[in-house]
Design a protein around this ligand. Sequence first.
Ligand code: PEP
Length: 252
Amino acid sequence: MKKFLLGTNWKMNKTLAEATDYTLAVSEIITKYPQFEFFIIPPHTHLWKLRELLDLNKSTLKLGAQNMHYEDAGQFTGEISPVMLAEIGLDLVELGHCERRQYFNETDETVNLKALAALKHQLLPLICIGEKMSDRNYGISREMLAKQLKVALKDISADQIGTFWIAYEPIWAIGVNGIPAETPYVNEIHDFLRSVLLSLYGPAGNDVPLLYGGSVNINNASEYAQLDNVDGLFIGRSAWEPDLFEALMASV
Ligand code: PEP
């Protein structure tokens, strides 16, 4: 049975000490919720230590990075390569978060190169897409999202289904100033994204996990989770404390 996905990107938060405490606590908590598959996406500097910790505790918690370059190695000061992430045994890598697109010039094309590079190194790309409020107001959300999705998935074939995930995160719903998206809107967009995946991959498109993210919290998580084409929730602030995260798990 396919498990519902629940995970969190920490962004640029938590010291190594805080990261260690959180990971130990959440590893313990998730043993009570076998119906979910969990993942955490900490800052790069913590990954090696957390990998060791998770292995030592035989934890099922999956571990991911927040970004990477698409080249294996080279003259790219400050960057981290897929080889480096694969070497420390990461499970996944988040690509194309809207903050990376907004502040670090990430484009649909670089997201695609990175997704291909991740797959080459057996890292699961978690590809984020999302439209601006102005796109929604102009009535072009679907066009924008279809473009993001199609470019990100260029040259990724149907036999790779199962080795990548998609997260729909409307930009206007993310972070402290985010407005939670209305459930019917999330439903409509996830149905649309599924139709794009079916057009790209045929019936196998049904097997691409589609996560929803953007101000998910204890009050709205279960509504989103019940939607047909929502296969997981991608959470920020509401999962950054173990007790808050557990309350959310219990609510879904
Ligand atoms: C995010 O940044 O991807 C996110 C979903 O954050 P939040 O839940 O805090 O809106």
